[in-house]
Design a binder for this molecule. Structure first.
Ligand SMILES: Cc1cc2nc3c(=O)[nH]c(=O)nc-3n(C[C@H](O)[C@H](O)[C@H](O)COP(=O)(O)OP(=O)(O)OC[C@H]3O[C@@H](n4cnc5c(N)ncnc54)[C@H](O)[C@@H]3O)c2cc1C
Length: 322
C-alpha cells in the first residue's frame, strides 16, 4: 500500500473528470489516498472527491490560487509534499499538469514520468508505461531511489469510476504559503466554444487539410455536436487557419485518448498519430485507401468526407431521436 497524493484539477469550481480517474485508481488499489485541492472558494468540492474513494482532501485556498498560476501551485504543493511525505504524487497530463509537475519534481529533487498511459501500484511505488518516439514504442518506467515518485497520467487512460454517495473524505485545511511570487495570473480568456475540451472528451471528431476551409468545418462541428463530442484538427488544418491551435491534435498539439476518435480527411502522419493513437476506437474517413491512418484505424470508410460526414450526422440524429 502506498501513500498517494493526487493534485485535483478544477476550473471555475468544477472538477475535471481526469481527477476522478486518478482518485478512483488509487483508491481501488487500496492506497491511502490524499488529494490536494487548490483554489479559492473550492472547499465544497471535497465532498465530490470523497465519493471516488479519497481518504483526505487537503484544501489550500488563497486569492492567488483562484486562477491557475504555476509558481503559486508549485509553492503550495512543495510544502504539502514535504509535510505529508507521500510515496507517490500524481496529476493529470493536461496543460496544467504538464506545467507544474516538472517544477514540483525539481523542488523535491525527484524524478517524474510524464504522459503515462498505464499506472500500476506496486508496494509503495508505481510502475508506468509511456509512449515514446511519437508513440512508435512504449517505455515501461520504474522508479529507483527515494520517493516521492511523480507521474502525470493521460486523461481517459484509466477510466472514470462510478461515484459512491456513501463514501466521504476528511477535509483539512492546507497551508497556502505562496512565498514571494514573481508572477500573477490576472485573467483567463476563454475560447468561445461550449464544446467539451479535446483532451477530456469521450468522443473527438477531427478534420484535416481535406476540409479546405474553416467554413467547411461546419460539417465536422455538426457531427461533433450531435455526438456531444469535441472538435479536433490536424496541424495542416490549423496552419491553414481553418481551426484555432487549441484544437490541434498531435506531437505539437494536444494528446487525446478518447473512447472514439473520428478522423475526417486526415492522412495519419506520424506526428498526428502521436496525439491520438491511444484512442480506444479509431474511425477514419479518407478517399485514399493507402492513407497511413488506415493502418491504425479500427473502422475505415474509403469515401469522400463531404458525403459521409453529413450522412453520419443524419443517422446519429435519427438514433438519438428514437
Ligand atoms: C515537427 C513536426 C511536428 C508536427 N506536429 C503535428 C501535430 O501536432 N499534429 C498534426 O496533425 N501534424 C503535425 N505535423 C504535420 C504532419 O507531418 C502532417 O503534415 C499533417 O498531420 C498533415 O495533415 P493532414 O492529414 O490534415 O493533411 P494531408 O497530409 O494533406 O492529408 C489530407 C488527407 O485527406 C484525404 N482527402 C482529401 N480529400 C478528401 C475528401 N474529400 N474526403 C476524404 N478524404 C480526403 C487525402 O487522401 C489525405 O490523406 C508535424 C510536423 C512536423 C515536422
Amino acid at each position: 500500500m502506498a501513500k498517494v497524493l493526487i493534485v485535483a484539477e478544477q476550473r471555475d469550481g468544477k472538477l475535471k473528470k481526469s481527477t476522478f480517474e486518478l482518485v478512483g485508481a488509487s483508491a481501488a488499489a487500496g492506497n491511502e489516498t490524499h488529494v490536494a485541492l487548490l483554489g479559492e472558494g473550492v472547499d465544497g468540492l471535497a465532498k465530490e472527491i470523497g465519493q471516488y474513494g479519497a481518504n483526505k482532501v487537503h484544501v489550500a485556498q488563497n486569492a492567488a490560487l483562484k486562477l491557475y498560476n504555476a509558481e503559486a501551485y508549485t509553492a503550495v504543493l512543495t510544502d504539502l509534499a514535504k509535510s505529508l511525505s507521500p510515496d507517490v504524487i500524481l496529476a493529470s497530463h493536461t496543460p496544467t499538469g504538464r506545467d507544474f509537475m516538472p517544477r514540483l519534481a525539481r523542488r523535491l529533487d525527484v524524478g517524474l514520468a510524464s504522459d503515462c498511459v498505464t499506472l500500476a501500484f506496486e508496494g509503495n511505488s508505481i510502475k508506468v508505461r509511456r509512449p515514446v518516439y511519437s508513440g512508435k514504442a512504449t517505455a515501461e518506467v520504474e522508479f529507483v531511489g527515494a520517493g516521492p515518485r511523480l507521474a502525470t497520467i493521460r486523461a481517459n487512460a484509466l477510466g472514470v469510476p462510478k461515484p459512491d454517495a456513501g463514501k466521504s473524505a476528511e477535509s483539512v485545511t492546507a497551508t497556502a504559503n505562496l512565498g514571494d511570487l514573481k508572477t500573477k495570473t490576472t485573467d483567463v480568456v476563454k475560447g468561445a466554444s461550449a464544446r467539451p475540451d479535446v483532451t477530456e472528451a469521450a468522443i473527438v471528431v477531427s478534420g484535416g487539410r481535406a476540409l479546405k476551409s474553416s467554413d467547411n468545418f461546419k460539417i465536422i462541428e455538426e457531427l461533433a455536436d450531435t455526438l456531444g463530442a469535441a472538435v479536433g484538427a490536424s496541424r495542416a488544418a490549423v496552419d491553414a487557419g481553418y481551426r484555432p491551435h487549441r484544437d490541434q491534435v498531435g506531437q505539437t498539439g494536444k494528446v487525446v485518448s478518447p473512447a472514439l476518435y473520428i478522423a475526417c480527411g486526415i492522412s495519419g502522419a506520424i506526428q498526428h498519430l502521436a496525439g491520438m493513437r491511444t484512442s480506444k476506437t479509431i474511425v477514419a474517413i479518407n478517399t485514399d485507401p493507402e492513407a497511413p491512418i488506415y493502418q491504425i484505424a479500427d473502422y475505415g470508410i474509403v469515401s469522400d468526407l463531404f458525403t459521409v460526414v453529413p450522412l453520419l450526422t443524419e443517422e446519429f440524429k435519427k438514433i438519438k431521436e428514437h
